[in-house]
Design a protein around this ligand. Sequence first.
Ligand code: C2E
Ligand code: MG
Ligand code: MG
Length: 718
Amino acid sequence: MTQLEVDSRAERIINTAADGFVGMDGGGVVTDWNRAAEDLFGYTKGEAVGRTVSELIMREQDRAAHEAGLRRFLDTGQARLVGRPVQVTARHREGREFPIDLTIWAQDEPGGVSLYAFLRDVSERVAATESAGQLAAIVMASSDAIISTDLDGTIRTWNPGAEQIYGYAAADMIGHSFARLVPADLSAQFEHILAQVAAGRRVEQLETVRLRADGTTVDVSLTISPVRDSAGTVLRLAYVGRDITAAKAVDRRLRETKDVLARQATEMEHRAFHDPLTGIANRALLMNRLGLALAQAGRVGTTITLLMIDVDDFKFVNDTLGHNIGDQLLCEIAERLGAIVRAGDTVARLGGDEFAVLAEQTSADHGQRLAQRIVDTLARPVEIGGRRIIPRASIGLAATDATHPVSPEEMLRNADLAMYAAKTAGKAHWCAFEPGMHHALTARVQLEADLRTALEAGQFAVHYQPICELASGRTRAVEALLRWQHPTLGPISPAEFIPLAEQTGLIVPIGAWVLAEACRQIARMPAVAGEITVSVNLSIRQLAEPGFIDIVTHALDQAGMPAHRLTLEVTESLLAGPDAAIAAQLRELRALGVKLAVDDFGTGHSSLGRLRNLPFTTLKIDKSFVDELTDTDTKDIIINAVVAMAHGMGLRVIAEGVETSAQLSQLRELGCDAVQGFLLNRPMPAADLRRHLTEQNTSAGEANRPDSVPSSAGRVAG
Ligand code: C2E
Ligand code: MG
Ligand code: MG
């Protein structure tokens, strides 16, 4: 090969090289400049040759140093640059600066020393190194745990964030398995994740728990990615773990708060629609269901029935037996009602002693049968706190009628009116609503209002009905009977207004007034009349009043009347609901010397045994028994037995409501002690009684024989 051939071959090689190639003389003047150098620096070979390298590619600030270095190189022959690339900053013709690797070597040639340089653009490498450095800085500064492991979980890198979160130093962890951080119960999950990532899938923000060096646990959110080589093969796993303990705690607290709130909301809703004592529906829920049922019944044309149930004498139970027993009674009633109705019917407590039953899709017939069934079921006695109580109730029934649509409120009011009617008609039964009841109620409400002012307005008077002793034919006692002269309605029967006074509690002041008035008037009867006893009727409500004994002693003191001249009458129904407080009250009265009579005997359910345990002195046989004494031979058996029994117990027997001479003679034969009735005397004002007693004492004994003198009967209106 000739030298020429060698040269041209070398030039070809140099020109196709990827690196820039520059030849220089000893002064740094360019003698050769290949294609790559043209591309690198933007000067053609023609432009470059003859100029110094320094001027062509060096930054101004580097030139002096470069030239000094070159001179030193040539002077000392130190081959500092030879064979070893140095990185310098070069400048493109257009001013752009970029890093290059410069490899330079010297060669002695005939014309002096020649310099040759290879120049390579290393921008990409430098950039990559820089960003790797930045990344490393980020990894070091991160508070997240940034870890890499082999595919089998052996830890390769461990940053300060990991130290912080897991509590292990890098030295303790590198080379060990990541499994050390995984709680036993999560190891299966961990193995699964390892396999997933090793297979090339990324796991994002997995919330899990890891063990710390001190044995505590830490909540972490993990993102695990496969790290691949350029061929795509997974080499390692990269973990980024974030401590989410605090966030979790907040989360947990939030969840707990939400749970509590949800529970409270449910409770509040339940409370809003249920009776706290019995747990059954309350008025709001009843009205709600009633509204829906009425709307539906209107569309479909079915009948719905609403029953209003009011416990009879509940206040009495509450006042005398205590609220605890009262509450238990209400629960018992709620339970019994619930057991009777069909599924889908609503049993509600409207407050106090008021309940309601809403029966949907009924017939008029079914509603009435249900009402009767409730009356019967409630009347079964119940044992509460060792006491036998018969929880009777009055029931009002209202049913829908296709021709008269009603609102829920109207329906409730109708049932309420019917319940009132049931109560007024004598309790413990049911009554169906009738349109006329509205009027009756208005009248009743008016009467109640009038009753409140009657006492102050002086509209009351006490009349006296003589009680005639059969042995002597003389009036030795009278019964005080209250009269109300209503300003517009005229005289009103106590049978009508006493129950009203009892329900409203007005009986307490009214009763006290009767007691005082009766004592006062009877004490003032003329001495000729002898010692007259006065019987005053009592309501249960009065007896249940704690200060009642004081009221009695006060009335006696004011009148100057000895206690033995006063008899207090209590109805037999009082004995049906036995109560220690009432019994104690009766005993105390008896101890004062006051006499006690059982009124209307035979109408209630009192047991004779009960009677024996209470300090009664007198028994009054109810008029209904006396009425039966028309047939001389047959109907006297009961009275006979009652008289015998009463006498056996040391009680005086008085027969009430004697209207015929036949009754009178029979009662005499049966051994009654005294009689009272229209046959002899109607109740009369005090002035008439005074006359009656005076006449009795001044006229002959024969004229006053009760069987011969119905003469005064009818003289005084009752
Ligand atoms: P009671 O205590 O059984 O009184 C007897 C009732 O029978 C009286 O009715 C009396 O007028 C009536 N009576 C008496 N003899 C005859 C008769 O031969 N035939 C008929 N048909 N009736 C007769 P009155 O005065 O209308 O009183 C009714 C009820 O009102 C009383 O029944 C009593 O339970 C109650 N009452 C009256 N005054 C008071 C009172 O001051 N306080 C209380 N708590 N209740 C009273
Ligand atoms: Mg009486
Ligand atoms: Mg009576």
